[in-house]
Design a protein around this ligand. Structure first.
Ligand code: HEM
Length: 324
């Protein structure tokens, strides 16, 4: 049939149409065979498997350096993803995870971002191996891999963030100040589009990691298991008596019983404010509720201001500890 058409000089247009159709359908089949979910979104060049490879690389490296802190880079990766996203301003649609502008001055020198170069350097090694991923997507994927690998909830993710230059850095002062109370927390989080319940759910990430005197001046961890994602943060808030620590550093609180654990003034605001406290009590009692509310709120946080192409699906990555 093709032979007949190609010998048929009177119908050159038909030959051209046939050639285009053949190339297009071969390309579509190629995309589909890489990942069936791409069938509805031809703009997506990479499939779930490509991003799962990046996820696995991050996950494998989290505990590469047993001397680092509590043995995992997970907590600082979560903080990087949060600080990259938490600059979002819904009114002007500026800031947020689209751009990864913290690579540049002045944003990298904003006081709140102190220490986050460690997380950026950690992810740079992954970027070298997978140069096709944007920094902006990689930083958020890093946060999600860290949460999941530390036994937190599965956080759905989709690609689409672009890297932007320094002219897109948000102004200083958009991230919360740990020395302030619930009114300030509402100002900051309402600006992004969050309510009280979401503020309390997001703060549960302080079950992870610790404060460092050489970064923001505060010191200590919030929970006994800083590399496992749990609802212990809420238990500690309600279960201990928090007294102001006597020291030269900034105002922070020490557990009367736990002694070694700490809370920031902004953490205690969650139990001093009546409306927020209700959520602290619910999350202390119900891990599943906390995980599900955290998943919803953090997905919003990580996606604010990102102009995802139409038809881009969210994927769930399999934790490394589940596949072995
Ligand atoms: C409510 C407002 C918040 C304030 C005032 C706040 C403040 C802080 C401060 C002062 C530190 C210590 C930084 C250091 O010395 O290294 C910290 C660490 C951390 N924050 Fe927050 N935070 C807030 C909300 C959040 C949210 C919403 C998340 C994630 C969803 C988050 C995740 C973390 C993590 C994982 C660490 C530990 C980092 C590490 O161990 O290196 N924080 N935060």
């Amino acid at each position: 049939m093709l032979e007949v058409l190609f010998k048929w000089p009177e119908y050159p247009k038909i030959q051209l149409y046939l050639a285009i159709a053949t190339v297009a359908s071969t390309f579509a089949y190629y995309l589909y065979s890489r990942n069936p979910s791409l069938a509805s979104s031809p703009k997506q060049k990479r499939g779930l498997k490509d991003y799962q490879d990046v996820y696995n690389e991050i996950a494998r490296r989290l505990e590469k350096d047993p001397d680092y802190e509590d043995g995992s880079y997970g907590p600082i990766l979560v903080r990087l993803a949060w600080h990259a996203s938490g600059t979002y301003d819904a009114r002007t649609d500026t800031g947020g995870s689209n751009g990864a502008t913290m690579r540049f001055h002045p944003e990298c020198s904003h006081g709140a971002n102190s220490g986050l170069k460690t997380a950026q350097d950690f992810l740079e090694a992954v970027k070298v191996k997978f140069p096709w991923i944007t920094y902006a997507d990689l930083w958020i994927l890093g946060g999600i891999a860290a949460i999941q690998e530390m036994k937190g909830p599965i956080i759905p993710w989709r690609p689409g963030r672009a890297d932007k230059d320094a002219s897109h850095c948000p102004p200083d002062g958009r991230l919360p100040d740990a020395s302030r109370g619930s009114d300030h927390l509402r100002d900051v989080f309402n600006r992004m589009g969050f309510n009280d319940q979401e503020i309390v759910a997001l703060c549960g990430a302080h079950s992870l990691g610790r404060c460092h005197t050489d970064r923001l001046g505060f010191e200590g961890a919030w929970t006994y298991s800083p590399t496992t994602f749990t609802n212990q943060y809420y238990d500690m808030l309600l279960g201990d008596q928090w007294v102001q620590r006597k020291w030269d550093g900034p105002r922070q609180f020490q557990g009367s019983m736990s002694q070694t654990l700490m809370m920031l003034p902004s953490d205690l605001a969650l139990i001093e404010d009546k409306a927020m406290r209700t959520w602290v009590e619910k999350y202390a009692e119900d891990t599943e509720l906390f995980f599900s509310h955290f998943r919803e709120a953090v997905t919003k946080l990580f996606e604010f201001g990102v102009p995802f192409a139409e038809g881009i699906d969210r994927w769930s990555f399999q934790p490394l500890w589940q596949s072995s």
